[in-house]
Design a protein around this ligand. Structure first.
Ligand code: ADP
Ligand code: MG
Length: 276
């Protein structure tokens, strides 16, 4: 039996849908003419759902995330965050952001950078300090609370940015290759932490990566994109049966999902053979 699509697609203005994008397009005007970064993007992310965007460089992953975060405006289509226009959601600080560049304030210590969203949310000082300690422990930077960003390695700065994005316990996290600058061991540890945090807090996550295993490990769904213009070409269901822990990385079901995403991204081996 097929489920009526009305039940699967959140209605416009639905406050329970973390992200609702319909027909979203983005055209940049440059001195060399127009660049269509995105065309006809339809994407719904349910509350508590973990969705990764994957695709080759230049397919519009960062652009889509920036539009969701209201750091730029779409040229066409509609975008809603928890049923609100993207602008309103930004003003209400409905989401946490961690991008490729850590984007820390150089004049603030590590602890003060992490505390920033809590200050904006007017969290009381004692609670703020406790939360900052908790987050420092989470990203393994307990001993660096009083350092300044330029005293840290790139990977450590990125961990501060991740802690900051989680500080106010947002119901939506927007992350653009947040683990790209980390060594493999730190990266796997933080992937595990992020999976646990997302499950525990029930936060929805839109996560940009170009790592297939990372997308599959973390996500309920992997959205595959292609460039020129950036479009969604496939959506792979990567829901796990159990917790996303180290056992998952070695399970046959996980390998099958990695293969499914790889084939969606590069074309199935059969298709390629047919093209020759
Ligand atoms: P991805 O994150 O998937 O690598 P981007 O979203 O950064 O891709 O870029 C998508 C396309 O839009 C690329 O062709 C890129 O050059 C172009 N683009 C992105 N931002 C701008 C901008 N501010 N001005 C002009 N072109 C842009
Ligand atoms: Mg990008």
């Amino acid at each position: 039996m097929t489920t009526p699509t009305a039940l699967l697609t959140p209605a416009v203005g639905d406050p329970t849908a973390a992200v609702h994008a319909a027909g979203v397009g983005k055209v940049f005007s440059t001195k060399d003419g127009e660049v269509t970064a995105l065309a006809g993007v339809d994407l719904d992310v349910a509350a508590g759902e973990f969705v990764s965007l994957i695709g080759p460089s230049g397919c519009g992953k960062s652009t889509l995330l920036r539009l969701i975060a209201d750091l730029d405006a779409p040229t066409s289509g509609t975008l809603e965050i928890f049923g609100k226009p993207a602008r309103r959601a930004r003003i209400d600080q409905d989401y946490g952001i961690a991008f490729q560049q850590a984007g820390l304030l150089p004049w603030r210590t590590v602890a003060a950078n992490i505390a920033l969203p809590l200050e904006l949310h007017k969290t009381a000082a004692a609670e703020r300090a406790a939360r900052v300690d908790e987050l420092l422990a989470l990203v393994g930077l307990e001993d660096f609370a009083d350092r300044y960003p330029d005293q840290l390695s790139g990977g450590m700065q990125q961990r501060v940015a991740i802690a900051r994005s989680l500080a106010a316990r947002p119901k939506l996290l927007l992350m653009d290759e947040p683990f790209g600058a980390l060594d493999e061991m730190t990266r796997e540890r933080l992937q595990g932490e992020l999976a646990r945090i997302a499950a525990e807090t029930g936060a929805a996550v839109v996560f940009v990566t170009h790592s297939i295993p990372e997308a599959v490990f973390l996500s309920d769904r992997v959205v595959v994109m292609s460039p020129r213009p950036g479009r969604i070409t496939d959506v792979v269901d990567t829901r796990a049966d159990g917790p996303r822990d180290e056992t998952l990385r070695e399970s046959p079901a996980y390998f099958a999902r990695v293969t499914a995403v790889r084939e969606a991204l590069h074309g199935a081996p059969l298709t390629r053979a047919n093209e020759r």
